[in-house]
Write a protein that binds this ligand. Sequence first.
Ligand code: NAD
Length: 354
Amino acid sequence: MKIVVLPGDGIGPETMAATLDVLEAASKRFDLGLTFDHDVAGHESLRRHGATVTPALLDKVRAADGLMLGPMATYDFKDEAKGEINPSKFFRKELDLYANIRPSRTWAGLPHKVGTFDLVVVRENTEGFYADRNIESGSSEMLITRDVAVSLRRITRMCCERIARSAFELATTRQKHVSIVHKANVLKIGDGMFIDECRRVAQEFPEVQVDDFIVDAMMAHVVRAPHRFDVIVTTNMFGDILSDLTAELSGSLGLGGSLNAGRDHAMGQAAHGSAPDIAGQDIANPFSLILSAGQLLGWHGQRQHLPAFAAAAQAIEQVAAAAIEAGEATRDVGGRLGTAATGRAFAERLAHAR
Ligand code: NAD
């Protein structure tokens, strides 16, 4: 499996170095034959190539089997004409990575803020309110007069259908329960279509229990009783917000794994941002990126029918649990190690995983 590695901005290089230690250990222990193609995106690419991402990089990623993307300083990138392209949206759009799979679970050894839970947010990733990816060219956010802005949201039956299918397929491998999150009481047409498509796909999965929640009430439900959720399917922006909440409820935003998957490509990416406030201090939590790397291996294994990859993905999840319990983690989750040492300790445990 050839993986393109783009460390990203802020805490990206530190967390990616720790993640590479883990991937190398996984490759050795499970005989995966991973190879890495190191390149740059974000500020480093802007400096070197005049753009945060380039067409040549996209070609390279298309030809590889997977991409690991570090967190990007997206907020800094304002003008595409100056090469300031949001790398996350670039790969999500160009590779049609329509399903953003964001698991969150509580861990033994960490205080449970709201009780134990184990859920996955399945977020539509290619349309919705995201002005930089929901139209073919340009932006769907406009300044009509100096004082009037309009932001358009796109919802298509095709995108609703395929994200619903991802959620129901995932649910069949878990607790067989899908919760649809929407705002159809106000966005009657767009979210009405989303619910209709989810319910239509649900008919093909009679063994899966289905319910639905209005997004604002969902924030209360997920804080009050997160254990009642298994797979949550929702549109782009609601999923973005909800999955940061569930990651934080699990112990830290630094624990949120995130896989962006399409039909032919996938990208592991931390759920959090570039965290400039803690960059370069060796205190950033690398677990989010490590868990995302595990998801990428799992995706490849499932697609290529390679049990060793599935075993490696499972071992990464198990080692994360053991490492957190042993305090071999960063301070934000009560651990006693820095970022680099956390990666090394994780790799060491993985080398001896059964
Ligand atoms: P952030 O997610 O970078 O940070 C939010 C808070 O969480 C900060 O206090 C930070 O220190 C903490 N945090 C984040 N990741 C952590 C980790 N691994 N370990 C420990 N603590 C962690 O959000 P922000 O500060 O609002 O955004 C910073 C930049 O990141 C902005 O440019 C934003 O646009 C960008 N961003 C990028 C992505 C992405 O690349 N996927 C996602 C979100 C934000």
